[in-house]
Structure formats: structure tokens, C-alpha cells
Design a protein around this ligand. Structure first.
Ligand code: RP5
Length: 173
């Protein structure tokens, strides 16, 4: 569940996942990550942090992330998408990158900006767009599930339900 606005910005050790994005315009994509965390009952926070427009905010967020108890950071950005990589350079908390689809280059620019990290500072890079954002939420859940048996059971059940929903044969639509 997303923290109420009045609590955001205050350290809350119950929040295990940070969802950050370069711009308000990234939110329709990144909401897919938030939605699956809601489904799985994982507390998270959301924040606009731009590598280019708010570098000081990025630095502070990265510096404090581990101490605040965050266990995964989902970072989405588009175009010259330096946010996930710069965040990975600032914190050992695992960073899951979401390339946001752009108009000019369809998100290939975002993907290349995020995935081509130099050795030493990895970003777990997802697919472009909505599917990537949802999978980022699932990846964060899987990381947390290693130390949380209840969450592991919820994640297993969610995966089983998805598998069960897939029909054996296609039908005419
Ligand atoms: C990036 O620039 C953001 O992540 C966003 O995807 C892109 C465009 O931002 P806006 O011009 O829509 O604010 O920093």
C-alpha cells in the first residue's frame, strides 16, 4: 500500500520498496509497479527523482535508502534515462530499472540508457513500458520474499493463479 501523503518524506521502516521516476509523465507506466505491489500487500513509497532536473534529490535518496530499510528500488525513466544507473551508483540497495516508452524512439533510447551499465554497478533492467513496470514490481516482491515466508506464499499463489488462467487452446475472437 502506498503511504498517505502526510507520511511521505518521513522515515518509515515498514516501507521496503521505493518507486522512483524521472517525471510525473512516467507515472502511468510506473503505476503498473505500484498496482502489483498493492495486490501482493507490499508497502511502498513513490517519488519523482530526476537525474537531470533534481540531482540533489537523487543523491539524498540514494544516500539514505539502505539506512531507511529499503530492500529494492524500482526506478523508471525515459529518453536519456540515467536515473536507475545513477541510483545504483549511490546505493547497494538493488535497483530495478524500467525503460519508459518514449515518443521519439519508442523507448529503445530508455532501454539502452538503462541496460548498458559498466561492470561494478548493475541495474536489473526490465522490458520497455507497462509490462516492464509490472515485472519490476514482481521482481521486487521476489527479492523481499526471500526473507518473508508470508509474502512468498502470496507470490506463489499469485503465480499459480496466473498460470491457471491461461487457456489450453486459442479461440476465435
Ligand atoms: C525523463 O524525461 C523522464 O523520466 C521522462 O520519461 C522524460 C520526459 O519527461 P517530461 O518532459 O515528460 O517531464 O527524465
Amino acid at each position: 500500500m502506498r503511504l498517505p501523503k502526510k507520511h511521505r518524506g518521513f522515515p518509515d521502516m515498514s516501507v521496503k520498496v521505493g518507486i522512483i521516476m524521472g517525471s510525473q509523465s512516467d507515472w502511468p507506466t510506473m503505476k503498473n509497479a505500484a498496482d502489483i505491489l498493492d495486490t501482493l500487500g507490499i508497502a511502498y513509497e513513490t517519488k519523482i527523482v530526476s537525474a537531470h532536473r533534481t540531482p540533489d534529490r537523487l543523491w539524498t535518496y540514494g544516500k539514505e535508502a539502505a539506512g531507511r530499510g529499503l530492500q529494492a528500488i524500482i526506478a523508471g525513466a525515459g529518453g536519456a534515462a540515467h536515473l536507475p544507473g545513477m541510483m545504483a551508483s549511490k546505493t547497494r540497495v538493488p535497483v530495478i530499472g524500467v525503460p519508459v516508452q518514449t515518443r521519439a524512439l519508442s523507448g529503445v533510447d530508455s532501454l539502452y540508457s538503462i541496460v548498458q551499465m559498466p561492470r561494478g554497478f548493475p541495474v536489473a533492467t526490465m522490458a520497455i513500458g507497462d509490462a516492464g513496470a509490472m515485472n519490476a514490481g514482481l521482481m521486487a516482491a521476489a527479492i523481499l520474499a526471500n526473507g518473508d515466508a508470508d509474502l512468498a506464499a502470496r507470490l506463489d499463489a499469485w503465480r499459480d493463479a496466473l498460470s491457471a488462467s491461461i487457456p489450453d487452446e486459442p479461440v476465435d475472437e
